[in-house]
Design a protein. Structure first.
Length: 311
C-alpha cells in the first residue's frame, strides 16, 4: 500500500489544486476559455489570489539562476538542494557557465502573460483540448510527457518543460519546439553533475540516481535553464508545510506539477491548469497518465517516494 506520508502529500496537493483552480481561473474544471488578444488582461488578479496561498508573496525573484549571482554573494543560500544551493556552488558555477538564464523576447515583451500548466493526468485522454492549449502565450509541460501522437488532446506548443535527470526525455528535440526552454529542476548535486557531463560530453555518471537518466541528451545549451530553488522552497514550505531540513530518511518533496503551478503564479497574469489530479483511490486500475498504463495499483508496489513525479 502507498504509505501514509505519500497520501498526506497527495491530499494537500489535491486541496491546493482545487483552491488554485477555483480562485484563479474560476472556470469549470475541464474547460479552457478561448484566448483572444483583445481580452482584458487581469493584471494583478493572480497576485491577489496567490497571497492567501503563499505567505510573503512576491514576484521579484528571478525564474532562473544566472552566473553573476554566484560571484561575491552577500547572502548565500541557507538551504541545500532542493531548497537552495548551499554546498553545490562549485558545480553550479560550471553548469551556469555553459547555460543561459534569459527569457525569450517574445515572452518578456508580452503585456499580458496567459499561461497554461499542462499536467500529465489521464483526464487529458480524449479531451480534445489541444487547440485551446495552443492558444496560450506560455505553455508549461512536465518531465517526459509526450506531445507527438497526442496533439489533439494536449496541444503541440511547449514554451517551458520542467524536468530532472531521471525524467528527461532521451531526445529532447522530439517532444519540444525548437525554442522550448528546457528547465532543470535540481533535486540533488548529482543533477548538476549530470547536466555538466551531458553538455561537456564528459564521462557519464551512472550512480546516485533512483533511475538511470539519459546518457546521451542532444540539447542546445542555449535552451537550458536552471530553475531558481526559491520556487521549490516556497512550494514545500508555504503550500505543503514540509520541513526545510528534513531527515535523510524522509523523502517527502513537492511534485514537479505543483512546482510548475507555483512558478506560474509568480510569473503569469492568467493561470489555467489542465491534466491534474490522481484517479479515485478506489479505482486502482485507472491509469494515472494520459500516455502510459501505470495505475495506482502498480504505483503502490513501487517506491515512488523517491520520485518527484508529475501529477
Amino acid at each position: 500500500m502507498i504509505n501514509k506520508s505519500r497520501w498526506k502529500i497527495l491530499a494537500v496537493l489535491a486541496l491546493f489544486l482545487v483552491m488554485a483552480w477555483f480562485s484563479i481561473s474560476r472556470e469549470e474544471s475541464f474547460y479552457f476559455p478561448v484566448q483572444d488578444d483583445k481580452m482584458t488582461c487581469p493584471k494583478g488578479e493572480v497576485e491577489q489570489k496567490a497571497v492567501p496561498l503563499i505567505g510573503n508573496y512576491t514576484r521579484h525573484h528571478p525564474l532562473f539562476l544566472q552566473l553573476k549571482d554566484y560571484f561575491w554573494v552577500k547572502t548565500p543560500s541557507p538551504y541545500e538542494l532542493p531548497y537552495g544551493t548551499k554546498g553545490s556552488e562549485d558545480i553550479l558555477l560550471r553548469v551556469l557557465a555553459i547555460t543561459s538564464y534569459t527569457l525569450p523576447e517574445s515572452i518578456q515583451s508580452l503585456k499580458c502573460r496567459r499561461c497554461a500548466v499542462v499536467g500529465n493526468g489521464n483526464r487529458l485522454r480524449n479531451s480534445s483540448m489541444g487547440d485551446a492549449i495552443n492558444k496560450y502565450d506560455v505553455v508549461i509541460r512536465l518531465n517526459n510527457a509526450p506531445v507527438q501522437g497526442y496533439e489533439q488532446d494536449v496541444g503541440s506548443k511547449t514554451t517551458m518543460r520542467l524536468f530532472y535527470p531521471e525524467s528527461a526525455h532521451f531526445n529532447p528535440k522530439t517532444e519540444n519546439n525548437a525554442d522550448t526552454l528546457l528547465v532543470l529542476v535540481p533535486f540533488k548535486p548529482m543533477d548538476f553533475q549530470w547536466m555538466e557531463t551531458i553538455l561537456h560530453d564528459k564521462k557519464r555518471i551512472r550512480k546516485g540516481f533512483w533511475k538511470q537518466p539519459p546518457l546521451i541528451w542532444d540539447a542546445n545549451p542555449e535552451q537550458v535553464r536552471i530553475l531558481n530553488p526559491y520556487f521549490m522552497e516556497i512550494t514545500a514550505a508555504k503550500l505543503l508545510h514540509l520541513p526545510m531540513k528534513q531527515l535523510r530518511k524522509v523523502k517527502q518533496k513537492p511534485t514537479t506539477g505543483l512546482l510548475a503551478i507555483t512558478l506560474a503564479l509568480h510569473f503569469c497574469d492568467l493561470v489555467h491548469i489542465a491534466g491534474f489530479g490522481y484517479p479515485d483511490s478506489t479505482n486502482k486500475k485507472q491509469t494515472i497518465h494520459y500516455y502510459e498504463q501505470i495505475t495506482l495499483k502498480s504505483m503502490a508496489v513501487s517506491d515512488l517516494m523517491n520520485c518527484p513525479c508529475s501529477v
